[in-house]
Design a protein around this ligand. Sequence first.
Ligand code: G
Ligand code: G
Ligand code: MN
Ligand code: NA
Length: 254
Amino acid sequence: LLLENQLRGALERGELRLHYQPKVCARGHAVVAAEALLRWQHPELGLLSPGRFVPVAEESGLIVPMGEWVIRETCRQLRAWQDEGRVLVPVAVNLSAQQFVHQDIVSLVREALDDNDLPAHLLELELTETMLMRDADRTVHILAQLRAMGVSLAIDDFGSGYSSLAYLKRFQVQTLKIDRSFVHDIREGGEDGEIAAAVIALAHNLGQQVVAEGVETEYQRDFLTRQGCDLLQGFLFGRPQAAEDFASSLGSAQ
Ligand code: G
Ligand code: G
Ligand code: MN
Ligand code: NA
């Protein structure tokens, strides 16, 4: 409860931060996208990861205004980088199920893009399977509107939640992110890359792009690249970094 009360104030006091983790092209390893990850600069406890406060935010409903801040801040940051002469890459944000239920996410995304004069393809939304399954008819409708706007959609942590493969066709997202646990299974001497390989084949058969998350070793990188995985994300290529530090991964326009 203490944390919940502090979290309520954290938004107003400007204690939330976004860190940016690169996603690289499997062939060539150029930084071609990023994921924005929420942090809380707590006055006494220091920099907190979402695992420490997102569950509290979900329970209290604070995740709705926080999620709104994440979308607006990502767009503000993209605009700032562009004004500094950086070459922009699409940035993904993580959505909570509650943002679909208690918020007009379509209007919010449109407004955040328009306010910063950004094309929609620079924003990607990462959704979880559980989120999609919750109210499938309504979700299909919302996703269609976002897609029509030009926003790109990904299913995060794919394979770790409850989902039906039939829905994969129905939701028509552009990207699947292989859950970190399946990437972790890829080790030298093991035979445990089958699930990652199967997800890559499935996605490609559906015309989707695949991102592997949690890539930590060269062995995993090489295995995933051989299997045709499109993008790689993980500590091997870069940790989530503050905006100022991530900016140096972006090219310069002139
Ligand atoms: O950065 P870290 O590994 O601690 O992130 C842990 C989890 O928190 C991830 O599963 C990620 O999806 C989630 N997360 C990170 N940023 C956000 C955010 O802005 N909104 C929501 N809802 N979840 C987030
Ligand atoms: O949204 P998602 O659940 O994918 O959140 C990504 C989280 O995974 C972030 O909190 C990030 O810090 C963490 N992460 C990113 N790369 C790696 C990695 O290579 N290994 C591990 N263990 N965690 C990672
Ligand atoms: Mn994610
Ligand atoms: Na994930």
